[in-house]
Design a protein around this ligand. Structure first.
Ligand SMILES: O=C(O)[C@H]1O[C@H](OP(=O)(O)OP(=O)(O)OC[C@H]2O[C@@H](n3ccc(=O)[nH]c3=O)[C@H](O)[C@@H]2O)[C@H](O)[C@@H](O)[C@@H]1O
Length: 478
């Protein structure tokens, strides 16, 4: 081709446009023939078609101005899976306006407006996620304003996330299709609304999956966290207080029990744990330099209705129903914590967060700001075999179990929370037994998947306090 062009005295010039390389012919003295014109047009059309297809699959690799122009305010997505990219371009979220537009701002402000005196205005990242959706519902129910964002990636079935989004939309909470790594989107959000708090729950979860997709953990849990702290520190005026999801996994190879916030967290057993531990160090730096009020919450194996299908209790329930085998790691124990208890902890942490002391304008802080970290666990570890036994009873079917020694996949043998700090500072008291919590989960599970299963009745309990009433978040989900 180049030699042919040279022979015709035509110079080919390469230049970039919209992420694709176009070839332009520049005539050097001679007329370009009609057939060359046709060929040129066909090439341009084919290139444009390729650009369109490229944009459809990889919007994150294109420029910022592209994401600004997208129809639903979707952002770039370093951490999201391809299905989100399609959706962000083709589908519309409840805030269907171009982000930054007047209509978009109006929708965001309406969703963010508290309906009670002294109410909070909270940006919830990961609002399409398990904990994020429940917290958003609880905040909205008590009269706080909530704006959610989520990239709806396909780490697990996005339909479940869309279901949670629909639930939130019913309550008047907007959840934007957006990624925490989209700095411009975050700037626009903080420009539009003076959020009092950020509840940052968007993350790449799952301990074992980190061996398969290590970079997604860095993109979400490290780069994404920095992106949120950057926006909160430098583009919000006044700065909000940030409460974010760390993890019980930071205790890693710690053997002192129950795990206390004062114990060592410098021996992570998985990359997932290491990214959460890195997050805690990053939080320290942003608090120190910019005066951001930051609270990290170490969640302990949170479960319940609308939960995560990648987690053991959920995937085991599916396998039991389907008659498929499950693999149990011998002697593994977890401090399983029910979602309603965790929601109360998150809300308590938000309510007691204390103000940030920095200024986005001057870049200076007026004094030290709060920097806190709390365990949110259930304080009673249970063997995983016991969790399976409860599921078997509720579902009326035996599991096809295969018990093996715990593989070296990042798992730790047990977790056990000491929650005295959270109890002292915001009255955190978990009250849901694993039996009661799994019953709520199975109720929802059977309904959600329209299963023809009669759930076993609870045995008469001597301790009625353990089967506490459902909160609004749980009732909403069942
Ligand atoms: O507490 C935490 O910090 C973490 O809790 C869970 O991680 P994990 O406790 O590993 O939860 P599951 O994946 O549901 O596993 C629960 C238990 O089942 C065991 N398990 C898991 C999978 C399996 O096939 N077999 C099996 O015995 C695990 O070893 C573990 O003891 C979440 O997935 C993490 O995102 C969260 O940060």
């Amino acid at each position: 081709m180049p030699s042919d062009a040279a022979a015709k005295g035509v110079k080919l010039e390469r230049y970039a446009s919209g992420g694709a390389l176009l070839l332009r012919r520049v005539a050097s003295g001679k007329f370009v023939s009609a057939s060359s014109h046709l060929l040129f047009r066909a090439t341009v059309l084919a290139t444009l078609a390729l650009v369109f297809l490229f944009a459809l699959h990889y919007p994150s690799l294109l420029s910022r101005s592209f994401s600004l122009a997208s129809a639903d305010g979707a952002s770039s997505s370093s951490s999201s899976a391809p299905s989100r990219s399609h959706r962000s371009l083709l589908a519309s979220s409840s805030a269907a306006a171009t982000y930054g537009s007047e209509r978009w701002q109006k929708e965001i402000r309406r969703s963010a407006k508290p309906r009670r005196d002294g109410g909070l205005s909270v940006l919830v990242t990961g609002a399409g996620g398990f904990v994020g959706a429940h917290c958003s519902l609880a905040l909205k129910a008590r009269g706080d304003g909530v704006v959610g964002l989520d990239n709806f990636n396909s780490y697990y079935d996005p339909a479940l996330k869309r279901g949670r989004q629909a639930l939130l939309a019913d309550r008047g909470v907007v959840v934007l299709d957006a990624d925490i790594n989209d700095a411009l989107l975050l700037e626009k959000l903080f420009e539009a609304v003076p959020f009092t708090h950020v509840l940052h729950l968007a993350a790449q979860a799952g301990v074992r999956y980190a061996m398969e997709a290590p970079q997604t953990y860095v993109a979400s849990n490290v780069a994404g966290l920095v992106s949120v702290f950057e926006a909160a520190a430098k583009h919000a005026d006044p700065q909000p207080a940030v409460v974010w999801a760390s993890s019980s996994s930071v205790y890693g190879l710690n053997t002192d029990a129950p795990f206390s916030e004062d114990h060592r967290t410098d021996r992570p057993a998985s990359l997932y744990a290491a990214t959460k531990k890195a997050g805690e160090a990053i939080a320290h730096a942003y608090n120190h330099i910019y005066g951001l009020s930051i609270t990290g919450l170490r969640f302990f194996t949170v479960y319940g209705p609308w939960g995560r299908p990648d987690m053991a209790y959920f995937s085991f329930a599916r396998s039991i129903v389907a008659g498929e085998p499950i693999t149990l790691y011998a002697d593994a124990r977890r401090d399983f914590t029910y979602i309603d208890d965790v929601v109360k902890g998150c809300v308590g942490a938000l309510d007691t967060a204390g103000r940030s002391t920095g200024s986005a304008r001057s870049g200076k802080k007026s004094g030290p700001a709060p920097l806190r970290v709390y365990n949110l666990g259930n304080t009673s570890p249970v063997p995983v075999t016991r969790m399976v036994a409860i599921l078997e009873k509720l579902l009326g079917k035996k599991a096809n179990k295969r018990i093996i020694a715990m593989p070296s996949n990042g798992d730790v043998p047990f977790t056990h929370a000491n929650v005295s700090h959270a109890a002292h500072d915001f009255g955190y008291r978990p009250t849901t037994s694993l039996d009661a919590g799994l019953r709520h989960f199975v109720d929802w599970f059977v309904q959600y998947y329209k299963l023809d299963i009669k759930i076993a009745k609870p045995a008469a309990s001597k301790k009625p306090a353990a089967t506490k009433k459902k909160t609004s978040a749980t009732s909403a989900s069942s």
